[in-house]
Design a protein around this ligand. Structure first.
Ligand SMILES: CC(=O)SCCNC(=O)CCNC(=O)[C@H](O)C(C)(C)COP(=O)(O)OP(=O)(O)OC[C@H]1O[C@@H](n2cnc3c(N)ncnc32)[C@H](O)[C@@H]1OP(=O)(O)O
Ligand SMILES: O=CC(=O)O
Ligand SMILES: [Mg+2]
Length: 541
C-alpha cells in the first residue's frame, strides 16, 4: 500500500512526484534517516559549494590552481590508509553501468571483479531512474534480482557475481523530489542514504562493505564531509566505524592538487583513487576557462598521453601506492561495434592499448563500459600484473610539478571535430532529458562527463574566437582552411542536428528541440556554466 503524501510530509521528508510505487523503499524510518542526514550535513554542503565558487572566481581573475601551503604536513607526513578489505584486494577489471535492472544483472555476471552501479555520470536522475535503481540494488544485494526481457529472455544472478560498489551523485546536484524542512535534499545524500539504509547491514554481515565510489570532489574538505556522513550513518545503523569503504574519483583539476589530502581526510575508509579522465578533461576546461593560453584542441586529440593527463595519472599512482591505496585506471570510450569485424577489431585494439598503458604505468585495475570488454582488459592485466595488485610499484621516479598538471595541450580544431561536439552535446542532452544517461554515439560511449567536454569546448572556442586581436598559437581558433569558427556556424549546425535527431528513432528524438534550446542558451551565455546537468535537471520529470 502506498504511503500517503501527507504522512510523509508530516513525518520526515516531503515527497514530490509519483512516489507511490516506492513505498517499500521510502518507508518512514528510511525517510527519517534521510532527514537526519540532511539536517546534519546540508549546511556544510552548501558552504563547500560556495567555497568552490570563490576559488573559481580567483582562477577567473587570473590565478592558477596550486598545491596548498596549509596542508604540506599531510603531503609530507608518513601515514597510510586503513587496510583494504579482502573483497577489494583484486580489482583488475571493474565494469560500470547505470542502475537499470537488466544491466545490473549483466554487469554482476560479466566476470569483472567489481561492478560500479552508477547513479551518476551514466544516469539521468529522473525520480523513476533513481528510485527504480535503489529497488534494483536491494534485490541485487538480496541475491533475488531477476528480469524478463520483452522478448522473453530471463536474467538471474550467476554463481560468482562481481563485488558491488555504488556511485552516488556529486555534491552539486539537488534531488527536488525529496524535501526536508522545505529544502530540496542533495542528490548525493539521497543516493547514499537510501542505499546505506536498506543494504549496509546485509553487506557488512557478509564482509562486502558497503563500498562506494565518490565523484567530482574538488577539495579535501569535501572528502571530509563524506567521511562525516559515513561515520554518522555507521553509528545510526549500528555498524562498525570505518566499514564503509570508498574509492575517490580524481576527476577535477583542483582535486589533483590535493590527492594526499583527500586520502588523509578519508584515511579510515579510503581504499583507492581512480583516474576519472573524462570529467578531469571537462574540469581542466572549466577551471581554466578564463585562461586563453590553456584552451584544448578537439576531443579526439586529448588522449591520456598528452602531458597534463600523463602527469596526473602518474601522480595518482605514486600518491596511492605511497599510502597503501589502489590506483585505479579509467574508462576508454570505445565499445564493441556490431556487424563490422574490422572496425570492431580496431575499437578493441584501442581499448587494449589504453589498458596496456595503464597496467605498465602501475595502475592496479581499470574500468570497462561493456561486458564484451571484460576479457580484453582482463587479458592485459593478467599478463602484466601477475599478483592481485601492484601496490609495491611506488613510482618514485615520478616528479610531477604544478606546471605539468596545468600544461596546455596543443593541437587543432577541425570542422569534423567541431561538428562532432555539436552532435554529441545535442544527442546526449536529448537522450538525458528523455531519461537515458548513457548512449552510444558513433560507436563511443557518451555520458554526462564526455558530453560536458563537448559543450564546454564549444563555449570556449566560440567565445575566444570572437575576441579579435588575441591569438593562441597552441590551439589556433580557426579551421585548417582558415574558415572562421563562429556562432553563426554553431547555430546552423545545431539546427541541422536537431532536425535530423527529431526525425530519427535515436534516443532523445522527442526531446531534440528542448535539448537544442538548452545548448544554445549554454553556448551563447557570457560565462561557461558550471554543469550542463544543473539547468537540464529542471526539465526532467
Ligand atoms: C565517464 C564515466 O563516468 S564512465 C562510467 C559511466 N559510463 C558507463 O558506465 C557506461 C556503461 N555502458 C553503457 O551504458 C552501454 O554499454 C552503452 C550505452 C554504452 C552501450 O549500450 P548498448 O548499445 O545497449 O550495448 P549493446 O547493445 O552492445 O549491449 C549488449 C548487451 O550488453 C549489455 N550491456 C552493455 N553495457 C553494459 C554494462 N555497462 N553493464 C551491463 N550490461 C551491459 C546490454 O544490456 C546488452 O545485454 P543483452 O544482450 O542481455 O540484451
Ligand atoms: O567518471 C569518470 C570520468 O571519466 O568522468
Ligand atoms: Mg566522471
Amino acid at each position: 500500500m502506498a504511503v500517503p503524501q501527507e504522512r510523509l510530509a508530516t513525518g520526515a521528508v516531503a515527497t514530490h512526484g509519483d512516489t507511490a510505487p516506492y513505498h517499500r523503499l521510502l518507508t518512514p524510518p528510511a525517510l527519517a534517516f534521510l532527514a537526519g542526514l540532511h539536517r546534519r550535513f546540508e549546511p556544510r554542503r552548501r558552504a563547500l559549494l560556495a567555497a568552490r565558487a570563490e576559488r573559481q572566481a580567483a582562477w577567473d581573475a587570473g590565478q592558477l590552481p596550486d598545491f596548498r601551503a596549509d596542508t604540506r604536513a599531510m603531503r609530507e607526513g608518513d601515514w597510510r590508509v586503513a587496510p583494504v578489505p579482502a573483497a577489494l584486494r583484486d580489482r583488475r577489471v571493474e565494469i560500470t553501468g547505470p542502475v537499470e535492472r537488466k544491466m545490473i544483472i549483466n554487469a554482476l555476471n560479466s566476470g569483472a571483479k567489481v561492478f560500479m552501479a552508477d547513479f551518476e555520470d551514466s544516469s539521468a536522475p529522473t525520480l523513476a531512474n533513481q528510485l527504480d535503481g535503489q529497488q534494483n540494488l536491494i534485490d541485487a544485494v538480496a541475491g533475488t534480482i531477476a528480469y524478463r526481457s520483452p522478448d522473453g529472455r530471463d536474467y538471474t544472478l550467476g554463481a560468482d557475481p562481481a563485488v558491488l560498489v555504488v556511485r552516488p551523485r556529486g555534491w552539486h546536484l539537488p534531488e527536488r523530489h525529496l524535501e526536508v524542512d522545505g529544502e530540496a535534499m542533495a542528490g548525493a545524500l539521497v543516493d547514499f542514504g537510501l542505499f546505506a539504509f536498506h543494504n549496509a547491514r546485509a553487506l557488512q554481515a557478509r564482509d562486502r562493505g558497503p563500498y562506494f565510489y565518490l565523484p567530482k570532489l574538488e577539495a579535501m574538505e569535501e572528502a571530509a564531509l563524506w567521511d562525516g556522513v559515513m561515520a554518522h550513518a555507521e553509528a545510526e545503523l549500528g555498524l562498525p566505524r570505518g566499514c564503509m569503504k570508498v574509492t575517490v574519483l580524481i576527476e577535477t583539476l583542483p582535486a589533483a592538487f590535493q590527492m594526499h589530502e583527500i586520502l588523509y581526510a578519508l584515511r579510515e575508509r579510503a581504499v583507492g583513487l581512480n583516474c576519472g579522465r573524462w570529467d578531469y578533461i571537462f574540469s581542466y576546461l572549466k577551471t581554466l576557462r578564463a585562461h586563453r593560453d590553456r584552451l584544448l584542441p578537439e576531443r579526439g586529440q586529448v588522449q591520456m598521453t598528452v602531458p597534463f593527463l600523463k602527469a596526473y595519472s602518474e601522480l595518482l599512482i605514486q600518491t596511492c601506492h605511497r599510502r597503501g591505496a589502489f590506483a585505479m585506471g579509467g574508462m576508454a570510450a570505445q565499445i564493441p561495434i556490431k556487424g563490422d569485424e574490422a572496425a570492431n577489431a580496431a575499437a578493441l585494439e584501442k581499448v587494449r592499448a589504453d589498458k596496456l598503458r595503464e597496467v605498465k604505468a602501475g595502475h592496479d585495475g581499470t574500468w570497462v563500459a561493456h561486458p564484451a570488454l571484460v576479457p580484453v582488459a582482463q587479458a592485459v592485466f593478467d599478463q602484466h600484473m601477475p599478483g592481485p595488485n601492484q601496490l609495491d610499484v611506488l613510482r618514485e621516479d615520478v616528479q610531477v610539478t604544478r606546471e605539468q598538471l596545468l600544461a596546455p595541450a596543443c593541437g587543432t580544431i577541425t570542422r569534423e571535430g567541431f561538428d562532432n561536439n555539436v552532435e554529441v552535446a545535442l544527442r546526449y542532452t536529448a537522450a538525458w532529458l528523455d531519461g537515458q544517461g548513457c548512449v552510444p554515439i558513433h560507436h563511443l560511449m557518451e555520458d554526462a562527463a564526455t558530453a560536458e567536454i563537448a559543450r564546454a569546448q564549444l563555449w570556449q572556442w566560440l567565445h575566444y574566437a570572437a575576441r579579435p586581436g588575441e591569438r593562441n598559437d597552441c590551439v589556433p581558433l580557426e579551421f585548417a582552411d582558415g574558415a572562421p569558427i563562429d556562432m553563426a556556424l554553431f547555430d546552423q549546425l545545431l539546427a541541422a542536428h536537431a532536425h535530423r535527431l527529431r526525425h530519427s528513432d535515436l534516443p532523445g528524438a522527442r526531446r531534440a528541440d528542448e535539448a537544442a534550446a538548452l545548448l544554445a542558451d549554454l553556448t551563447h551565455a557570457d560565462a561557461l556554466g558550471a554543469f550542463l546537468t544543473l539547468p537540464a535537471y529542471d526539465h526532467l520529470p
